[in-house]
Design a protein around this ligand. Structure first.
Ligand code: G6P
Length: 608
C-alpha cells in the first residue's frame, strides 16, 4: 500500500528518494511521484506504473536538490493516473504533500474550498488536503498543516514542504505509519523502516496526531494543538541484509527457506526446557489478568486470521479457555459482546492493518485486555495494545506471508503452553509439548527438501484453474492458508474447506481438471481424511496428499504424496504448511507471475 519517503540533508535527495521508493515497492502500488525544492520553487515528476518509469523522468531540473519527497500510490480515490499520483500541490503551486490513508470528509472540505474559489485537478482526497493546507498557509508550514489536520477526519501519514521555507519538512500521522530516521546531518522520513535502514538505525516513531518538523537545525515534535511532545530516539531492529535477496530469485522463496532460522529466533529464550516453562517477557505485566481470562477473541485479517484459527485450537485444547477467531473487519463493526474477563488478541505481521487496529481499539474501548502478536517492532498495534509478543521473524517483504504465519503459529503455540500449564496441563505434558515445539525448526528444515517435488507437482497442474484444499481439525486452517497462498500469487482460483464440508456442495466440482490437496498427517483425523481422498478419487479427482513420513498406504490412493516429518498433531500446521507455500510459489513462477508483488495486493492494508 502507498509509500512515503522524504529527505532533508546535505546529500542529493533524488537518488535517496528513488532508492527509498524501491525499498517500499514490495508493499504494492500503481503510480509514483517525486517533488523537490529547487531554484526557489517546486519541481514535480509523476508517472503511472513502476518506479523505473518515474526514474526516466528525473532530468537535470530535479538533480542536485537537497530537500524532497516521493510517494508510491495504491489507488483508492480516483484511477491510477498521472494526474492522481502524488505529490499534490496547493493552489499557489508552492506547497506539496504526499499522503497515505484516506481523508474521509474530503467532500465537505472540497465544497468549502470551492466556495473560496479553489478548484481541484484530480479526483483524490489528497489534493483536497494539499489545497486546504495551502489555504491556511500564512508563512508557517507547521501551523498550516496542524490547522488543516484538525479539520480532517480519517487516516493520514503525510509529509509536506513549501518553497518559501526551503529547509523544512513537516510530517504528521493518524492511523497510517510514519517514522522519522535521524541520520548524520540529515533526516529520512518514511512510512516503513525499509526505506530508512540503509541510512540510519536511529528512528522516532510518531504516534497518532503527532507532527514532526525537521530542519537542518534539528527536529521538534508537537501534537495537533502545537503543544510540544517529547519523543525517544529508538534503535531499528532491521538490518540491510534482511532486505536483500541473498541468492534467491524472490523474497517469497527466501522467506520460505528462512523459516527454520526465523522460528529459532522467534522461540529463542522463550522456551525453558530445564524448568519446563514458557517465558513471554512481553506478557509479564498482564500475566495475572491473562491467566484468569474467561474467553479469548483472536482477531486478524488474511494469513494472520488463519494463524488465529490454529491458535484457537491450541489454546482450547491446552488451556481449555473458550476462544473465537474473528475477521477484524467484521468484529470492529458488529458491536461485539465483550464481557468482563475477555481478552482480545490482535494478530498482525505489519502491526498496521487498519481493520485489525480498529478491532483492537474496539476491544480496548469495551474494557477487554488487549494483546498484540505482531512482527513489526514499534508498529501501531504493538504500541496501542496493553501488552504483547513480538514474532521476531525479521522483515517480511514478499506480499504473500510465509515466515510470519509460522511465527504467529509458534507464538500462539507458546502462549497455549503458557496458559495451559497455569490451567490444567501437567508438568510432564507441558515438557513433552515444549520439547516438540523447540524441535520444529529442525523438522521444517527437513520438510524444505520437498522443494523439487513441489516444483514438479506444480508443473503437472499448472494449467488447472481451480484447486481445492481440504483439511480437518487443526489442519483445516492450513487448507485455508494453502488456498490463499495459491490464489494470491498465481491467480489460480482455490478454495480451502473443512474436509467434511466437501460433501455439502463443492463435491459437485470434482473432475480430473481439479487438483485436490488433502492434508492427511497421522493423527485422530487421519482415517476420515483418507475417506475424503477416496471420495475425490472415485469421482475422477486428482489428489495431492500431505502425509506423515512412513505412511506407505496413502501412496495407493493419492496421485502424489508430499511426506512431512512426524510431529505431534497439535504442531502439525507448522510443517504441513511448508509444502503448500512451496507449491504456490512454484505455480506462480511457472505461470510467469510477479511473485513478490502480486497484482492488486498490498503487503499492509492501511485503508478500509
Ligand atoms: C494483506 C496481506 C496478507 C496479510 C494481511 C494481514 O492482505 O496481503 O498477506 O495476511 O494483509 O496483514 P497483517 O500485516 O495484519 O498480518
Amino acid at each position: 500500500m502507498c509509500g512515503i519517503v522524504a529527505y532533508l540533508g546535505t546529500r542529493e535527495a533524488p537518488p535517496i528518494l528513488i532508492e527509498g521508493l524501491k525499498r517500499l515497492d514490495y508493499r504494492g502500488y500503481d503510480s509514483a511521484g517525486v517533488v523537490v525544492i529547487k531554484g526557489g520553487g517546486l519541481v514535480v515528476r509523476r508517472s503511472v506504473g513502476r518506479i523505473a518509469a518515474l526514474e526516466e523522468k528525473l532530468d537535470a531540473q530535479i538533480a542536485g536538490a537537497r530537500v524532497g519527497m516521493a510517494h508510491t500510490r495504491w489507488a483508492t480515490h480516483g484511477a491510477p493516473t498521472e494526474g492522481n499520483a502524488h505529490p499534490h500541490r496547493d493552489a499557489s503551486g508552492r506547497l506539496a504533500i504526499v499522503h497515505n490513508g484516506i481523508i474521509e470528509n474530503y467532500r465537505v472540505l472540497k465544497q468549502y474550498l470551492e466556495t473560496q474559489g479553489i478548484t481541484m485537478e484530480s479526483q483524490t482526497d489528497t489534493e483536497v488536503l494539499a489545497k486546504l493546507i495551502g489555504h491556511f498557509y500564512e508563512g508557517n508550514l507547521e501551523d498550516a498543516v496542524r490547522r488543516a489536520l484538525r479539520e480532517s477526519r480519517g487516516t493520514f501519514g503525510i509529509a509536506a514542504i513549501h518553497a518559501d521555507e526551503p529547509n523544512k519538512i513537516v510530517a504528521a500521522r493518524r492511523g497510517s505509519p510514519l517514522i522519522v530516521g535521524v541520520g548524520d546531518a540529515e533526516y529520512i522520513i518514511a512510512s516503513d523502516a525499509a526505506a530508512i535502514v540503509q541510512h540510519t538505525s536511529q528512528v522516532i516513531y510518531l504516534a497518532d496526531n503527532e507532527v514532526a518538523i525537521v530542519t537542518p537545525e534539528g527536529f521538534k515534535t508537537t501534537n495537533l494543538e502545537a503543544t510540544p511532545v517529547d519523543k525517544h530516539v529508538d534503535e531499528l531492529e532491521y538490518t540491510l541484509e534482511q532486505l536483500e535477496l541473498g541468492g534467491h530469485q524472490h523474497f517469497m522463496s527466501k522467506e520460505i527457506f528462512e523459516q527454520p532460522e526465523s522460528l529459532r529466533t522467534c522461540m529463542r529464550g522463550r522456551i525453558d526446557l530445564d524448568d519446563s516453562r514458557v517465558v513471554l517477557g512481553g506478557l509479564t505485566s498482564v500475566a495475572r489478568e491473562l491467566i484468569n481470562t474467561k474467553r479469548i477473541i483472536l482477531t486478524a485479517c488474511g494469513t494472520a486470521w488463519h494463524a488465529g484459527l490454529v491458535g484457537e485450537y491450541l489454546i482450547e485444547e491446552l488451556a481449555r479457555i473458550p476462544c473465537e477467531t474473528e475477521y477484524a473487519s467484521e468484529f470492529r463493526y458488529r458491536n461485539p459482546v465483550i464481557d468482563f474477563g475477555t481478552t482480545v488478541l490482535a494478530i498482525s505481521q505489519s502491526g498496521e492493518t487498519i481493520d485489525t487496529l480498529a478491532a483492537s481499539r474496539e476491544g480496548r474501548d469495551k474494557g477487554a485486555l488487549v494483546l498484540g502478536i505482531v512482527n513489526a517492532v514499534g508498529s501501531t498495534i504493538a504500541r496501542e495494545t496493553d501488552a504483547g509478543v513480538y514474532l521476531h521473524v525479521g522483515p517480511e517483504i514478499g506480499v504473500a506471508s510465509t515466515k510470519a504465519f509460522t511465527g504467529q503459529v509458534a507464538v500462539l503455540a507458546m502462549l497455549a503452553g503458557f496458559l495451559g500449564r497455569r490451567r490444567h496441563l501437567s508438568h510432564e505434558r507441558l515438557h513433552e509439548y515444549l520439547e516438540a515445539l523447540a524441535g520444529i525448526p529442525e523438522k521444517i528444515a527437513h520438510t524444505l527438501n520437498l522443494n523439487n517435488q513441489c516444483r514438479h507437482i506444480a508443473a503437472d497442474f499448472v494449467n488447472s484453474e481451480n484447486w481445492l484444499y481440504l483439511g480437518r481439525g487443526i489442519q483445516y486452517p492450513v487448507a485455508l492458508e494453502g488456498a490463499l497462498k495459491l490464489k494470491e500469487i498465481s491467480y489460480i482460483h482455490a478454495e480451502g474447506l473443512p474436509a467434511a464440508e466437501m460433501k455439502h456442495g463443492p463435491i459437485a466440482l470434482i473432475s480430473e481438471d481439479m487438483p485436490v490437496v488433502v492434508l492427511a498427517p497421522r493423527g485422530h483425523w487421519y482415517d476420515k481424511s483418507v475417506g475424503n481422498i477416496e471420495e475425490v478419487r472415485s469421482r475422477g479427482g486428482r489428489v495431492i496428499a500431505v502425509a506423515t513420513e512412513g505412511d506407505t498406504e496413502i501412496q495407493h490412493i493419492a496421485e502424489h504424496v508430499l511426506y512431512v516429518p512426524d510431529v505431534p498433531e497439535l504442531l502439525g500446521p507448522l510443517v504441513t504448511v511448508i509444502p503448500l507455500q512451496m507449491l504456490a510459489y512454484h505455480a506462480a513462477v511457472l505461470r510467469g507471475c510477479d511473485v513478490d508483488k502480486p497484482r492488486n495486493l498490498a503487503k499492509a492494508v492501511t485503508v478500509e
